[in-house]
Write a protein that binds this ligand. Sequence first.
Ligand code: NAD
Ligand code: IPM
Ligand code: MN
Length: 357
Amino acid sequence: MNYKIALIPGDGIGPEVVAETVKVLDKIGEKYGHKFEYTKVLAGGCAIDETGGCLPQETIDICKASGAVLLGAVGGWQWDTLPGDQRPERALLGLRKELGLFANLRPALLFDELADACPLKPEIVEGGLDLVVVRELTGGIYFGEKGFKDTDLGPAAYDIEQYAEEEVRRIAIVAFDMAMKRNKKVTSVDKANVLESSRLWRRIVAEVSVDYPEVTLDNLYIDNATMQMVRNPKQFDVIVTSNIFGDILSDEASMITGSIGMLPSASLAKGNFGMYEPVHGSAPDIAGQNKANPMATILSAAMMLRYTFGLSAEADDIETAVKKVLADGYRTPDLYTEGTKAVGTKEAGDLVTAVIK
Ligand code: NAD
Ligand code: IPM
Ligand code: MN
């Protein structure tokens, strides 16, 4: 069968990690008799340089005409001084909004093979870590009214955090559905002791929970949750939270898995459509040096096969291959420790590809 994928390599290490992922996907296609048809499109800083805007209409159209989108990363120092509404990162926000990608799944899984790369004490993560951050992705402070105004203290800027009940309800349903397939625990993270929008959040999550009597619901304030994430991360199963809290908590969770270079994500709309990307950014500090860990993007492609295309065996195959390469001791620089085998981005991609037979 043919599967249409819009490919957005983006900036910095984005093109490097996407190239390795395409190798892996093509090998899966060969093995199972699928054809992955890629249409490469521009978004981010490279789109600004080529077209003047970070998110060309053509990119949106091609994404909409595809089954799924695979994205590397956008952004970089050379565009950091542009006005806010022209920055490369606007492309990501535009894609999320245009494509209706309200549910962002960010699983953090500590592979046994990487236990030594986890910065927490071994007893804290003993037995493995397996949680998923369900981040609301098209609302909150990222998309609320923003602007500039004069105040008593001089010029000021503002960004408004706002949540509609329906926005909270639909992301809560995603979280509870996911918990039903996992360990039946949802932790909702908010700042309901201070924020009105969080009090609404907490009320709606509680309402949704009534339909899931088998699922335990915990509420934590964000400050406590960030502390709990390093004190005892194994207490978490599904974390559901707002756009900005989910952004921060998922980077924190990523480090427990050894490196941000390991964390994949799926951004889902209603139905099967999704955009898949690593949680990390364009890492300008290591771009173009064959140092980036491609595993987060490769694992994002596995999520694409599973969630959008319904190819679970193929997704499992990719995840098993990644584990095998790590078990064999190969490490990109972000994970390298003495006694392991140092490899670059390309070699890591080749190794994963070679394991799939
Ligand atoms: P970053 O995630 O790009 O990098 C943070 C640190 O992690 C850096 O030291 C980097 O070298 C390292 N790192 C990241 N990915 C890695 C990988 N795959 N392998 C090895 N090391 C890796 O975050 P940042 O430095 O805050 O942001 C850089 C740029 O990326 C900014 O322009 C930011 O806006 C953008 N950004 C984009 C996305 C995205 O496109 N989804 C996400 C986050 C940040
Ligand atoms: C992410 C990134 C983005 C976000 C930025 C680049 C807009 O940090 O995908 O985690 O904050 O959502
Ligand atoms: Mn982020």
